[in-house]
Design a protein around this ligand. Structure first.
Ligand code: NDP
Ligand code: MG
Length: 395
């Protein structure tokens, strides 16, 4: 068997690391042929020394020389490219068969769309691109004719519980509801009064999952679940009233599909992204992931409760953006990225994240999405608006 050549975009991140762990377990089956990072030259060079890709990409163009120098010092002989466009060229080029889109944030949009247009298999972790550009992503997938495999654990679980992975119509498939589970994050059960002074370190200390800092904060605010509700509507053609969220502190059940006859199918597994990544890499086959098998008797109780949306307002803001339609989800996402960045930098209190996002959504009524260029323009407008409001909030 010729190994499947994988482009790992965001190789130095949490998802990138989990994917490379699975890839390393199956050397005859997979090969990491393209690896990318944004600024982390040392980590990228070390991954290149270990995985020997054909191409290494550093998306900050100022760091191309530093990467070439480091690779030479490590004795690694691979091509080097730099800049955001290099990602798009690589996914469209001849060096890979499959693309793992694991860049964080809307920065992953163009490379995700390029991968969809290329017709290669697209493993989608970068939920922000589905949230911002659902219709454009579907158009690109139609143009390319390739398959999209969801990596986000809830959507990967839905894919496994739905007939054929992604039925043309949920209603015809007898699906009543899609239910996403949320761990509740590190602040589950806290009141607003107790959240006034929480720190970035506390927000990033997720009880079950080990993830990058941005998604960890999203998980603490419940915006991650909000983005995932939008992602579920985009990936599975669901209406917003068909997607519900349940808090499940053990994070063993990742999502459930409720059918019209009352049957509920769920996918269970340890909170370890290697299971979803192994499923998406091997589909329609199965391979081992390195994740231990689940011992339910040892884990004991599985608990479920409704989310506290009065304390964690970001989930409702995401539903509101869905209801507004057009590019409102992209505005929500852009405002959230600025708010999270400010919170991580210590310049915005935790509870003000939702306030800032709400203010930006109110200031920029939804417009219809026509082209990638107009969407990117709106994303930049929303970021500028969020920064201006932030400057006023912090004074
Ligand atoms: P990390 O922050 O751990 O990693 C992000 C990766 O993207 C790094 O390789 C980083 O490079 C690269 N990157 C950052 N900014 C840019 C940019 N502007 N252009 C190009 N590359 C960039 O994130 P995660 O791995 O946690 O998350 C990645 C994506 O997967 C997100 O969309 C997240 O929502 C989604 N996801 C993550 C899960 C998880 O368990 N972590 C679960 C489900 C979905 P560098 O190291 O150089 O900064
Ligand atoms: Mg998820």
């Amino acid at each position: 068997m010729t190994p499947q050549r994988i482009a790992v975009l965001g190789a130095t991140g949490s998802i990138g690391g989990s994917a490379l762990d699975v890839i390393a377990q199956h050397p005859g089956r997979y090969r990491a042929s393209v690896l990318s990072a944004h600024r982390n030259v040392d980590a990228l060079a070390e991954l290149c020394a270990r995985f020997r890709p054909d191409l290494a990409i550093i998306s900050d163009p100022a760091l191309e020389g530093a990467l070439a120098h480091k690779l030479a010092a490590l004795g690694v002989d691979c091509m080097v490219a730099a800049g955001p466009v290099a990602l798009e060229q690589a996914v469209a080029g001849a060096l890979c068969d499959t693309v793992l889109a694991a860049v964080v944030g809307a920065a992953g949009l163009n490379s995700t769309l390029a991968a969809a247009r290329s017709g290669k298999r697209l493993l989608l972790a970068n939920k922000e691109s589905a949230v911002c550009a659902g219709a454009l992503l579907h158009a690109a997938l139609r143009e390319g004719g390739g398959a999209l495999l969801p990596v986000d654990s809830e959507h990967n679980a839905l894919f496994q519980c739905l007939p054929g992975g992604r039925p043309d119509h949920l209603a015809t498939a007898g699906v009543r509801r899609l239910i996403l589970t949320a761990s509740g994050g590190p602040f589950r059960g806290r009141t607003r009064g107790e959240l006034g002074h929480v720190t970035p370190a506390q927000a990033c200390a997720h009880p079950n999952w080990v993830m990058g800092r941005k998604i960890s904060v999203d998980s603490a605010t419940l915006m991650n679940k909000g983005l995932e509700v939008i992602e579920a509507c985009v990936l599975f053609g669901a209406q917003r009233a068909q997607v519900d969220v349940l808090v499940h502190p053990q994070s063993l059940v990742h999502a459930l599909v409720e059918y019209v006859d009352g049957a509920v199918l769920a996918e269970l597994g340890h909170p370890d992204m290697r299971t979803a990544l192994a499923q998406a890499l091997a589909w329609p086959e199965r391979t081992s992931s390195g994740v231990p098998f689940l011992d339910l008797a040892a884990r004991g109780k599985l608990e479920f409760e409704h989310p506290d949306t009065a304390t964690f307002r970001c989930l409702d803001l995401a539903y509101q953006a869905l209801a507004a339609g057009g590019d409102a989800p992209a505005i929500l996402n852009a405002a959230n990225e600025i708010a999270v960045e400010a919170f991580l930098a210590g310049s915005l209190p935790f509870l003000a994240i939702a306030d800032l996002i709400e203010a930006v959504l109110n200031a920029l009524p939804a417009e219809s999405v026509r082209t990638v260029e107009s969407l990117i323009h709106r994303d930049l407008t929303a970021r500028a608006k969020a920064r201006a409001m932030l400057a006023r909030m912090c004074c």
